[in-house]
Design a protein around this ligand. Structure first.
Ligand code: 13P
Length: 249
């Protein structure tokens, strides 16, 4: 089964709406013939402008979070329907920064995944171990737990369409990229885990990205690995030139 490579940019808390508009205007020219699927995930307040400027281009738009309730008295939260109404297609769920700074547990991640699927948003579920866990030799167990709980009550058909991003926490924003072999062996294990929960077909159709200091120089080697289907890119996605190279890697 051939899985299209996905180059996803997670802008995190960067770019004002005007800066975002300028970046997309620059990016859309540079990626118009990109080999890979191109996705940008700007902050909520930039999404209307980004959707407007990206309309009719090959750039898809994602959000960095959502809330798991439909609507109501949840001050400060953003619903799936709000995102969908703007033209958002993907949503990042369970990024390690949200788990660490905003106390997102595996159960919360699971509720958000279910809410995204229910509303036809494609979840990009983030998993990844700390340096301490890696050194303790519990990486695979830890990540399998994250994957299994995130996918609780998700059927095979829905799972086949979603994206998982393996982001070792020690590689995020540190300039310390995992080696292609290190990244691939975890992505391959995530795929085996999916095959165990569902079946081999589902495992072969799900896209598994690597994230953590992906840059224009290492992307091609990472994306060529057997079980890596693209990248979730932080810092390098904020520069049109760099991200366009990754979009073609
Ligand atoms: P960096 O590419 O800046 O390391 O960030 C990775 C990341 O967390 C993407 O979600």
């Amino acid at each position: 089964m051939s899985r299209r490579i996905l180059a996803a940019g997670n802008w995190k808390m960067n770019k004002t709406p005007s800066e975002a508009t300028a970046l997309i205007n620059e990016l859309k020219e540079k990626v118009s013939n990109a080999k890979n699927e191109v996705l940008v995930c700007p902050p909520f307040v930039c999404i209307p402008d980004v959707c407007r400027v990206a309309a009719g281009t090959n750039i898809s738009v994602g959000a960095q979070n959502l809330y798991y309730e439909d609507k109501g008295a949840y001050t400060g939260e953003v619903s799936a329907q709000m995102l969908l109404d703007l033209g958002v297609k993907y949503v990042i769920i369970g990024h390690s920064e949200r788990r660490e700074y905003f106390n997102e547990t595996n159960d919360i991640v699971n509720k958000k995944v279910i809410q995204a699927i229910k509303n036809n948003l494609i979840p990009v579920i983030c998993v990844g171990e700390t340096l301490e866990q890696r050194e303790d030799g519990v990486t695979f167990d830890f990540i399998r737990t994250q994957v299994k709980i995130a996918l609780r009550s998700v059927c095979a058909q829905d799972a086949a369409n979603l994206v998982i991003a393996y982001e070792p926490i020690w590689a995020i924003g540190t300039g310390k990229v995992a080696t292609s072999e290190q990244a691939n062996e975890v992505c391959a294990d995530i795929r085996r885990c999916i095959a165990g929960i569902y079946d081999e077909n589902t495992a072969q159709s799900i896209r598994i990205l690597y994230g953590g200091s992906v840059n224009k120089d290492c992307a091609a080697e990472l994306f060529a690995m057997s079980d890596i289907d693209g990248g979730l890119v932080g810092g390098a996605s904020l520069k049109a030139e760099d991200f366009s190279i990754i979009a073609d890697a």
